[in-house]
Design a protein around this ligand. Structure first.
Ligand code: PMP
Length: 429
């Protein structure tokens, strides 16, 4: 058919000029044409329900966000060496979402750039080099971000663990060493022991509140509350990577650190911040900003430009105007409840976890709880064939991840549940 010819042509051109190291989703790739809110449309006119993409946070091509970007782009786009109102306005609005000690923001253009800068600031502030990171964590694609991302450096094709990195076990109360209600405290005790037995004091401890690429694993309750004071006691700072968990996706919590009842010293932001427009940021305490200011000038050509600020500001306004935090909570709770019903029907669903519209479904071999890569891959591709987009991740790529735009509805949840149910019935037929 003509659509297949068009796809083949697009793929041929892509592979002629673009390295295959950039992967493509699904056994049957999708040639996308357009998207609106929680729907995406391919070039053949098929509609896909997007239960996966967390970057178009308030909805793909949200008209208010698009208009804000267009308006500012047609008027002025420049850099922070000039003075323009929208920089201060956006910074003020963004910082109003944080608890008091976090009151300075540095704008960049990606989560990777933000992680990189966060580490640099922690090193400058503490005058130390060593960083404690989490097993399976991911923080970005720059050299420093890779160095602190076990997900990448421990991959069989990865560069291995650098000498300045201290890696601690993921406090995973489903698969980890501890599974009781006090698992968080026990995991923290182990990590603190490791920390105290190293010769080098660390500059920082960095973790995601829910480990995203590592398999949508929420840090066990109570873990951060134990470990943050221990890190600070030995002079380090605590960094929360909120690239995936931030901006109210977790429903009850605007930031992931709130879920763990801690306040970090440095926060890393990205992805949903610009609803698809490339923005990232580092939010820090005055004290850390002051240490950083003693060094060489910080400048980013695009970080904090007026168009990005207008877009970012509008994303925050839309979250409030449309009650999206509450929607994430309500729809997310319903989603987890419906998934748990499916879990009772299919024991291959080992675990359903997350918060709000940040959900992981851990596919297992029920007898052993071993990862079930094959089934997860089957479900991802079968749902795609039923025009529903979800993806997989985790160390064995066996966890289904669903993190839709926050305008996702309960009806949309029902569609996903029915599709998984149908796919399972076919698989076990
Ligand atoms: N931190 C986390 C937790 C992420 O998930 C990602 C991206 N998957 C990044 C940082 C890097 O962000 P970016 O791809 O925008 O550079």
């Amino acid at each position: 058919p003509i659509e297949q010819l068009a796809l083949d042509r697009a793929l041929a051109k892509r592979f002629q000029h673009i390295s295959p190291i950039l992967s493509i989703s699904y056994q049957k790739p999708i040639q996308m044409e357009a998207a609106a809110f929680q729907y995406m449309y391919d070039t053949s006119g098929n509609t896909f329900l997007d239960a996966y993409n967390n970057i178009p946070h308030v909805g793909h091509s949200h008209p208010k966000v698009v208009a804000a970007g267009q308006r500012q782009m047609s008027k002025l786009n420049t850099n922070t060496r000039y003075v323009y109102d929208v920089l201060g306005e956006y910074a003020e609005k963004l910082l109003s979402k944080f608890p008091k000690p976090l009151n300075k923001v540095f704008f960049v253009n990606s989560g990777s750039a933000a992680s990189d800068l966060a580490i640099r600031m922690a090193k400058t502030h503490t005058k130390r080099q060593h960083i404690m990171v989490m097993e399976h964590g991911y923080h970005g694609n720059t050299q420093t971000s890779i160095d602190i991302s076990d997900y990448k450096f421990s991959n069989k094709k990865g560069q291995g663990q650098k000498e300045y990195i201290l890696k601690t076990s993921i406090p995973d109360s489903y698969r980890g060493k501890y599974t009781t209600t006090d698992a968080g405290v026990l995991f923290a005790k182990d990590a603190i022991n490791e920390l105290e037995s190293t010769n080098e004091s660390i500059a920082a401890f960095i973790a995601e509140p829910i480990v995203g690429c590592g398999g949508q694993v929420p840090l066990a309750d109570g873990y951060l509350k134990e470990i943050y004071p221990a890190v600070r006691k030995q002079g380090g700072v605590c960094i929360s990577d909120e690239v995936q968990t931030g901006f109210s996706r977790l429903g009850k919590y605007f930031w992931g650190f709130e879920m763990h009842e801690v306040i970090p010293d440095i926060v890393v932001l990205g992805k949903p911040m610009g609803n698809g427009h490339p923005i990232g940021a580092v939010v820090v305490t005055d004290e850390i900003a002051a240490s950083f200011e003693k060094g060489v000038e910080f400048f980013s050509s695009f970080g904090g430009n007026p168009v990005s600020c207008a877009v970012g500001l509008t994303v925050l306004e839309v979250i409030e105007e449309e009650g999206l935090q509450q929607q994430a909570e309500e729809v997310g709770n319903y989603y987890q409840k419906e998934l748990r019903k499916l879990q009772r029907k299919y024991p291959v669903i080992g675990d359903v976890r997350g918060a709000g519209l940040f959900i992981g479904i851990d596919m297992v071999h029920p007898e052993t709880k071993n990862t079930n890569h094959q089934l997860a891959q089957y479900l991802k591709n079968e749902l795609r064939n039923q025009n529903i987009l979800i993806s997989t991740d985790g160390p064995d790529d066996s966890v289904l991840k669903t993190k839709p735009p926050l305008c996702f509805t309960k009806n949309n949840v029902d569609e996903v549940i029915d599709a998984i149910d149908n796919a399972m019935l076919q698989f076990y037929k």
